[in-house]
Structure formats: C-alpha cells, structure tokens
Design a protein around this ligand. Structure first.
Ligand code: F0G
Length: 463
C-alpha cells in the first residue's frame, strides 16, 4: 500500500504552451465585443479553456512517435491495419470504419439505416446525434432514469437507461426501431456513467426484441473506470475487462475518438456483422475518403491506435476522475452547487440553484459563464436556456418562454492538459466570485440566430 494520499498526474511534461493571464479590466472589452458569447471569444484571451474535453487532449510522446512512422498510402496503409487491429482487439467488432470525428460516424450510420418516421431510443442522445437523427426525419427518444434528471440527487449511475420504459417502448414501436443506443458516459445528462448491470439489461431487452444495439462509446474508458469504482460486483476487474464486456454486449459502436481516443481529431464506426457495412463504405467513399483512412491522415490513425491503449491505464483513469471530483468538491465547499455525483470529463454547475434570483428567460447559466470568464479567465459552456430555451410567441411575453430542463454550466476538462496548481488557483478565486452572487444580473438576447443559437447568439447584460 502506498503511503501517499495525493493522486498525482501520472506523467511528466515535455512540451509546454504559455498561458494567457489577463486582468478583469482587459477581459471586459473582449467579452463585450464577443456579444457575451464565449464561443466568439478568441482562445488567446482565455486562461483555462474548459469549453470542451473534445479534441483538446495533450498527446503522449508515444503518440507523437507513432505519428512519425505513419504510412500515408492512399490505399491499404499499414497505419490503418494497426488501428484496425487495436479496435478489433478492444471491441471484438470485425468491421472498422474510420471517420474524421464522431458526428461523421453518426451521419454515415444514420444515412445508411434510418428512414423518416423511425425512432431511436437511448439514455440521452448527444446534440449532434439527435440533430443527425432528426435531419433524416426520424425521432431521437431519451429514456434516461428519472434520477438522471435531478441535478442534486446522488446516485452512482445517473446515466442508466430506464429499462422498464425501454422494454415497453421496444414492444410498442418495434417496427419503427432500426437500432437502439446507449451513450457512455451520458454527456447530455451531466457526464453520468451507465452501470454494467444496466448495459447488460439493455442488451437483453434489445436482443429480446431483435433490435441491434449500438453504443456511443466516446467516453468508454471513463465509464468503465467509474463502473470499477462504483459498482460493487466489478471492483476486482480491470477497466479494460469491463470495457470489453460492454462492447461484447452490443452489436457495434460509434466513437468520437476526440475524447477517450486521446487524440485531437478522429472517430470510427465498428460493427460485429456485415449487414450495413457495404452501404457504409460506399457512403464513406462518397464524402469522407477511402475505407483505409476515412477523412483522416494515417498519422491520426497511428496516434489513435496508441491513445485507445493508453486511455485504459488505470493510473491515468484514477487521476482523471480525481481531478473532476476535486473540482466538484472544491466548488461545493465554496458554495457553488454542481450536478451530483461528479462524473469524469466535466463538472456541471447548477446555475439555477446558484442564481435563483435570475429567471430562466434571463439566462442564469450564460450570466455565470460570463462571470467565470471575467473573474478567472475560464471558458465554460452554458447548457441551459441559452442553448435550448425558446419562446412560443416569438419573444414578446416572458410567460411564453419554455426554459431548458436544467440550467447548467459545464467545465469540461481537457485530458492531461492542466495541473493541480491550476485547479487550486481556480478554486481560490471562487470565494470572490461567490461574494458577487447577489449582484449578478441576467442577460438579454440581442441576436438570436435561427439554428443552434449558442454558437453565434449575442447577448447584453441587464441592469
Ligand atoms: N457523442 C457524444 C456523447 C459527444 O459528447 C459528442 C461530442 C459526439 C457524440 C460528437 O462527436 O464532436 O467528434 O463530432 N461532444 C463534444 C462535447 C462536442 O463538447 O461534449 P464529435
């Protein structure tokens, strides 16, 4: 037994990048000219970029080394063979189709299989998954357990799918369901894991109804590790064994490798049988590229082949989950409520609970995200009414505003990028931020684009 209580970063640093540290006075005009939308702020003004954990990983020396020996042949590249071998060994799926990122995998699979009027159940669909399903005239159906919708409730597996609801849904809609899904971890629901028991049960239900089961696996290693530490029957197993069992229970997966692939770009579809493979490969050639590179350079495939192995290192996963837990506990201690319990890739601040004096139509999450930038140089992402809320009367009467289910602000942590002292520095600043709580005001939309508001909308502080 180690005598150390501190969980350290299990790596040392070879390449560094300077951090920009501006004053509040310097950040103010920058935020104003970006319309109080952090998507429109240049990264050069950001100190801690927690907008996303996607594609923001620091790669290892082994990944960079593998990139140097990549074989950039158009067809039959040996880098593809290596990547394919790693994916087959991990998932047990024979048919591996590379794509440039997760949503390209979604678009290809859905275009090959979905028809208007079809329905796809999952715990929660991620935004791009839902958008790609709806784009084809089909319906994305969320069946997460009720506990998963309550931010303050403590439950180890709030990403679980409601298996009773799933069974009933499958029985009723069988003819319209070409495949069913589960997202691990459940990003939309607060980065919450799904238990192995729940994946087993979902698999049994899908099988019973003859429905193929596809896993959205972009954070599979984080989910496997949270199963290891939270699910009593699984603590003796390795994260790899647990991950392999999850894949064995399904018929295929889609993955945005920009998360647990530990790379800056990449994705894939992997399938057990060949039913959809021919049409997928044809669509791949049409828009992504030849089946042995699919929109990626061979060096990306090399980095990914290494990343998919490194991510299952339990020292890394222990450190990864410790960061998130440490930040959640630190924020809670400072008086900032977060979705409970913390998952692995992000902390989700409950802005509705923190700023109860700001009504949803004045975007409490957006207001908090702006304050986090001004006071700490943090770039976060509002996942609340600025993203999902809408007026039924075009914006005249606040009473016609339909708010988002939750008002969250996500701090998503890039993998292997920030250190303990960065997190301590941020937590120190939270005392000052909390003291400003009552003075914080809501926001008003000054530009509301027709689609995907959060990317390009502009705001103005009230009062
Ligand atoms: N599925 C999940 C669960 C995701 O979280 C994402 C991306 C995707 C699919 C799409 O993958 O970005 O490679 O096209 N999530 C990022 C995020 C964007 O910030 O949570 P992609």
């Amino acid at each position: 037994m180690s005598q150390h209580r501190t969980i350290i970063e299990p790596f040392k640093i070879k390449v560094v990048e300077p951090l920009t540290i501006l004053s509040r006075q310097e950040r103010e005009p920058i935020l104003k000219s970006a319309g109080y939308n952090l998507f429109l702020v240049s990264s050069s003004a950001v100190t801690f970029d927690f907008l996303t954990d996607s594609g923001t990983t620091a790669m290892s020396a082994n990944q960079w080394a593998a990139m140097m020996v990549a074989d950039e042949s158009y067809a039959g590249s040996r880098s593809f063979a290596k990547f394919e071998r790693v994916v087959r060994n991990l998932t047990g799926y024979e048919n591996v189709i590379p794509t440039h990122q997760g949503r390209a995998a979604e678009r290809l699979l859905f275009e090959a299989v979905l028809k208007p009027g079809m329905k796809v159940p999952s715990n929660n669909h991620f935004d791009t998954t839902r958008a790609n399903i709806e784009h084809l005239g089909a319906e994305a159906v969320d069946l997460v357990i009720a506990e998963g919708r309550d931010p303050s409730l403590n439950h180890p597996f709030k990403g679980n799918i409601d298996t009773n609801a799933l069974d009933l849904f499958c029985a009723k809609e069988r003819a319209k369901i070409p495949f069913g899904m589960i997202t691990i971890t459940n990003n939309t629901g607060g980065g919450q894991p799904v238990s192995l028991e729940n994946v087993r049960e979902a698999s049994r239900i899908y099988k019973k109804h003859g429905i193929p089961f596809i896993v959205d696996a972009c954070r599979f290693a984080e989910n496997a590790y949270l199963i290891k530490v939270r699910e009593a029957a699984q603590t003796a197993r390795s994260a790899r064994e647990i991950a392999m069992e999850i894949f064995s229970l399904a018929d295929g997966c889609m993955m945005s490798a920009k998360k647990d692939g530990l790379v800056n770009i990449g994705g894939f579809i992997a399938l057990r049988d060949t039913t959809w493979v021919e049409s997928l490969r044809s669509l791949l050639i049409l828009t992504e590229g030849f089946p042995t590179y699919g929109g990626l350079a061979a060096r990306d495939l090399e980095a990914l082949a290494v990343g998919l192995e490194e991510v299952l290192d339990e020292r890394y996963l222990e450190y990864r989950t410790a960061v998130t837990r440490y930040m959640a506990e630190g924020l809670n201690k400072a008086g900032i409520p977060t979705v409970q319990p913390p998952g692995a890739h992000a902390v989700y601040i409950d802005a509705r609970a923190f700023l109860p004096h700001i009504p949803p139509h004045q975007f409490p999450g957006q207001s908090l995200a702006c304050e986090l930038f001004l006071s700490e140089g943090i770039r976060s992402c509002e996942i609340g009414s600025a993203m999902f809320g809408h007026y039924t009367d075009g914006g005249k009467d606040p009473k016609s505003f339909v708010p988002s289910q939750m008002e969250l602000v996500r701090l998503a942590f890039p993998r292997r990028v920030y250190t303990q002292s960065h997190f301590d520095y941020i937590l120190e600043g939270m005392v000052d931020l909390v003291s400003k709580r009552d003075a914080m005001r809501g926001m008003r939309l000054t530009y509301d684009p027709p689609f995907l508001r959060h990317f390009t909308a502009r705001f103005e502080p009230l009062g």
